[in-house]
Design a protein around this ligand. Sequence first.
Ligand SMILES: [Zn+2]
Length: 424
Amino acid sequence: MTSLARAFALFFFALPLWAIPSSASGEGARDGPNLKLEGGKWFDGESFIDAEWYVVGGRLTGQEPEKVDATVHLDGKFILPPLADAHNHDAQNIWSASRSIDKNLSAGVFYSAQMCANPAKVSEFKGLLGRPNTLDVTFTGACISSSDGHPLGLAMRDQPDVTPETLREGWTVVDTLEDIERVWPGIAEGRPDLIKLILVNSEHYEKNRHDTAMFGFNGLDPSLIAPLVERAHRDGIRVVVHTDSAADFEVAVSAGADIIGHLPGYRFARNMEPADYRISDATIAEAAKRDTTVMTTTGVARYYLQAKPEHTDVLQSIQIDNLRRLYDAGAQLVIGSDQFAGTAVDEILYLHTLGVVPNTELINMAVTDTPKLLFPEREIGRFEEGAEASLIAYSANPLTDLTTLRSPSLIMKQGNLLNIGISE
Ligand SMILES: [Zn+2]
């Protein structure tokens, strides 16, 4: 047994699941053992450097404590802060949440935003999450669409025996300015950090809402986005906008949305042309100026391309063109996978195939920018004095081969070694 495995076994058995204190606020295991983390190469935003850290009270310190309970030999491993996924739906109910914990942790993903959660449902299982051995999740406090809007179409397909009226109870329906006033008190009462607004091909809003084939696949009236953003900002709530076409992206940016939920070009909708997904230079400049954050979700295109492989070249050329101009303009990009069965690692590897963002920047987006977007108050995303003692160690250098991200060799969350998805 290696010393690493010994330390691992010791802590796994010493810290049974669920016996670990809650850390919804990222507090970590205050009474956990004092650890010495020896011999690792630590990511500093550019490269990996030799360093030695200690863990005291679930946090990193450079100062040796009086008593060290155990030494973790990192033996030249490459160490990253944990990854985040800013866009998923894999922990929106108790059964998917319980499955998603291991899936994410074993991929080194500790932080997740759930983009269309129903607050009443979430309150039933939220206590499972935000612990040193589970996933830290931020939920949208409302997911707002039109009465004929996405995700109704998907819900009707999945549950054909349920009426649209019942299905719509899963999110918030807004068709008019008066509706905003009606639903707002209920949303504000939950004091959410984030809400999500849904736009789908808003340039054809008037036409599509009268097209019965589009029933369930539309989005909000684009003229309601600015009033909704204004209402949310008055209450200190950040706004994510689900965007499909380039026109949706423009509506969201000019309305002052904080975050764009999808980079346009992950699919081509019915009756739309590839050119409808090319974001204008002026909108890109505006997004950079306003510091609008863009969730990538590029890899979700693979589902569309499975059905329409003949669109691969043109679709990817649009993704590359949008991404390159956003990246060159200095727009804030974050990793969002939107892959129910996948993780942030799948998104990173797909982004890599597009060849726009250098590996170092992809890693920085995943381990620093995205965690900071989801949990701005927490000391995560960097190895520094007082930061949460959360890390993922790899046997090879992920900067030179991103597929290394698929096989962590050690996972520590807030000072606890986790016995999950480890490859030797
Ligand atoms: Zn989504």
